[in-house]
Design a protein around this ligand. Structure first.
Ligand code: NDP
Length: 422
């Protein structure tokens, strides 16, 4: 992944934050523009950062590798489940990947799978049904699987893939419960296979820029985050509305992005949550799973995170971070494309709003490349199974809070992660 050069991000016109001077942090003396390439002293402002113990042990840089790998060196992925995500996002993303290639397809629809294989140059004998894991195990061309099936199937295909000797890149939500998530971690550990949850936003350039901004304390102390992920769900018969297949409604499908992004931005784990659920009366779509959820997470550094998810509102996917020295808003924060980052702060007595011109990169290609790199270098992924487990613990506490009508406390250590993507 192309790094966001910290100095460039902060100080040069190339990414548009020129002249952004938050309360002496960048200083009124800092000249704007691309000519500003000399050393600039960084003096932290605002309260000290949160205690180290509360931070995720994550932020070690990955090794840069801008060049595309030749075909024979790329990690071969079999895509499991050829539905909407696979068709519209994953398969096309391989053409943008620098380290991954499509090596197989697993589907319950042989005709569709055969047609897709033809389209993407996959050998017909590398097309499998869901019960052909022994054959998959025999294919050395397949190093890893990408699980893009309904949520409740993630665990069983992780077990089968690990047993077949394949690494697992699993779509979100990782599972349908924390217990299942732990079992998936254990199965991959026992088979010495890597497990990564496809939290694409943690690899996406604009989301990472926002994280960077907060970690550098450029907004001051973060006190409030507002995260919203809502959309209108159509087909009332789809698996997302069947609890046995989805594990839940808008929370694990959409609200999860809010939870995961807040944790990523703050680098901390929440210690208390509260939630309320609202289902429209007499709407058969929501007889098994929740429609709208409004919830709050409290973090040890003092930040309050207000989130909302819904299956019955026009699409909106935003993330807003408020600090003592400024705020930043990421529009389309969780969308496949079109993110827009707006940063606002104070320069002396002047209020400044700026929009960094970062280069968008396909987040699916970035996450594929990160996982491929982790496999080759034998390092833990940045979003390993433990990261998914953490979110399941939080979501279970949120459901508990909604059920009981009171806050729920959480106490668990930060997720262990591998090196940050670059
Ligand atoms: P779809 O319903 O579009 O596709 C799921 C596919 O899974 C089906 O087409 C089918 O493929 C296969 N499948 C196997 N068993 C079943 C079953 N019992 N019922 C239904 N489908 C089955 O879902 P999505 O592609 O939208 O979602 C797949 C996964 O990806 C989910 O976990 C979801 O949360 C996640 N997702 C992640 C996104 C992201 O941005 N990271 C965005 C959208 C989804 P086949 O016919 O080939 O067997």
């Amino acid at each position: 992944m192309t790094p966001i050069p910290r100095r460039q991000f902060l100080f040069t016109g190339a990414v548009g934050l020129a002249g952004l001077a938050f309360s002496g942090r960048l200083g009124a003396a800092t000249p704007p523009g691309p000519s500003d390439i000399g050393p600039v002293p960084l003096t932290p402002v605002g309260p000290p950062p949160v205690p180290v113990a509360a931070k995720a042990s994550a932020d070690v840089a990955d090794v840069p590798s801008p060049a595309a790998w030749p075909a024979e060196k790329r990690i071969g992925f079999a895509i499991v489940g050829l539905g909407g995500l696979a068709h519209d996002q994953l398969l096309p993303a391989f053409s943008l990947s620098k380290r991954a290639r499509i090596a197989g397809l697993v589907s319950g629809s042989p005709e569709k799978a055969s047609a897709v294989a033809g389209q993407y140059g996959v050998k017909q004998d590398s097309v499998y049904g869901y019960d052909e894991w022994e054959r998959i195990a025999q294919n050395p061309d397949i190093d890893a699987v990408y699980l893009a099936v309904p949520n409740s199937l993630h665990a069983q295909y992780t077990f089968l893939a690990a047993k077949a000797g394949k690494h697992v890149l699993c779509e979100k939500p990782m599972a349908t419960s924390a217990i299942e998530a732990q079992q998936m971690i254990d199965a991959c550990a026992q088979a010495s296979r890597k497990l990564m949850v496809a939290y694409r936003c943690q690899y996406e350039v604009f989301n990472r820029a926002l994280i960077d901004l907060v970690r550098q304390n450029l907004l001051g102390q973060v006190g409030l985050i507002e995260a919203c992920n809502v959309q209108s769900i159509g087909n009332p018969l789809q698996w997302r509305l069947k609890k046995a297949l989805s594990g839940g409604g808008s929370l694990p499908d959409l609200g999860l992005y809010c939870v995961n992004s807040a944790r990523a931005v703050l680098g901390e784990e929440p210690f208390e949550v509260s939630a309320r659920v609202w289902n429209p009366p007499n709407d058969p779509r929501f007889s098994e799973v929740e429609d709208t959820m409004a919830f709050t997470l409290r973090f040890p550094g003092g930040a309050l995170v207000n989130c909302s998810s819904s299956y019955s509102l026009h699409r909106s996917q935003s993330l807003r971070v408020y600090g003592t020295q400024g705020w930043a808003e990421l529009e389309n924060a969780f969308a496949y494309r079109g993110p827009r980052l707006i940063v606002h702060g104070k320069d002396g007595t002047k209020e400044i709003t700026t929009e960094p011109t970062l280069e968008f990169q396909n987040p699916f290609a970035l996450e594929l490349d990160h996982f491929a790199s982790c496999i080759v270098r034998d390092v833990k992924p940045y979003t390993p199974g433990e990261e998914g487990l953490q979110d399941h613990r939080i979501m279970e506490a949120l459901y508990q809070s909604a059920r009981m009508g009171r806050t729920a406390a959480l106490a668990f250590p930060p997720a262990t992660r591998g090196p940050a993507p670059i």
